[in-house]
Design a protein around this ligand. Sequence first.
Ligand code: SF4
Length: 377
Amino acid sequence: MNTAEISNPYGQPMLSPSYDPWDPITSLKKHGRHLLTSVELTVSNLCNMRCEHCAVGDTLVFAEPPKLPLETILKRLDEVEHLQTISITGGEPTFSGTTVKDYIIPLLKYARGRGIRSQINSNVTLDYSRYEAIAPYLDVMHISFNYTSADDFHGIGFAKSGHPVPREAAVRMYDRMIENTRLLSKGGLLVSAESMINYRTHEKITDIHRLIVEMGCSRHEVHPMYPSAFAEDLPVIGKAEMRAAVRSLLDERDPSVWMLFGTLPFFHCSEEESDRKLLSRLAAEPNVTVRNDPDGRNRLNVNMFTGDVFVTDFSNVPAFGNIGGDRLDDLFQRWLGHPLARSVDCHCPAVGCCGPNLLVKDMYYRDVDFLDRKAIL
Ligand code: SF4
């Protein structure tokens, strides 16, 4: 393989199934311990949608207070010694043009200048000019896609709006989202479409995959849905249905598109052979990766309005510090000593696993001591 094949125009390795700096196993392997390599920034609590499953739905507002000065967060990012990635999230981060101009573009330029990678989590339903303005500085445009039609989008995307949203308005947004995704992908941006496996999608996940491929996305990211605070009333599906959904994706996927699975509730230390078999199949499939969970392992979330620092943007775990008074590396060390962090701090190098997500442990493995377990080889 020559350098052109493995480098982007900035001389950095291409993001690919063999190079995913968001995966905490990358830094764990390199440094032999967990380090803060990733910072997620919540830059907006505004959104034009009210999705049924939205993990941060309870924080969405119609008007928001001023954010901390950009210099404050840049100074704190500068202090993060091993920073490799930033993620910008909301709400819809691009909802306000001022936020795009005064925060998002400067943050992305900072990342480029420092040689680190960036991601934005967006619904891409707004005017294309907004996304066109940020695309030149961005590495990954991460979108949600859980639909097989505009009617799915209408039903899911406005489920929590509290008032009826006309179907025609939803159809216009759905069409714009598809067109924006096509244009961004065509322009060379890595658009990663995330789908959740949940009660609505588990039987049509391969149809969703097909539409994602048709939009030109380079990556399809798949996570089971867990009941975060705002979505806790949604029906939950069992592990058997999740396994079936993952298997059908593997059977019917387009093998040219990178498939990234995350927050799976399956582990190599499981006594259930079907879990271990599925993981072995995932590991053997070309162009398929299973990302370890970054939340609290190599990543923290910073709220740009308050400076509060969380383990994730939707966690029930309260803030454990504030960038007003503490360095992010110090806060990360504090988090690693937290009993919750310690309860999932296992590592089996032979299978490249560094433990479960906290929500997964809480939902399926409440009584399991992962520190007592080992991968069954
Ligand atoms: S790292 Fe933890 S969760 Fe993963 S296989 Fe080992 S014991 Fe199980």
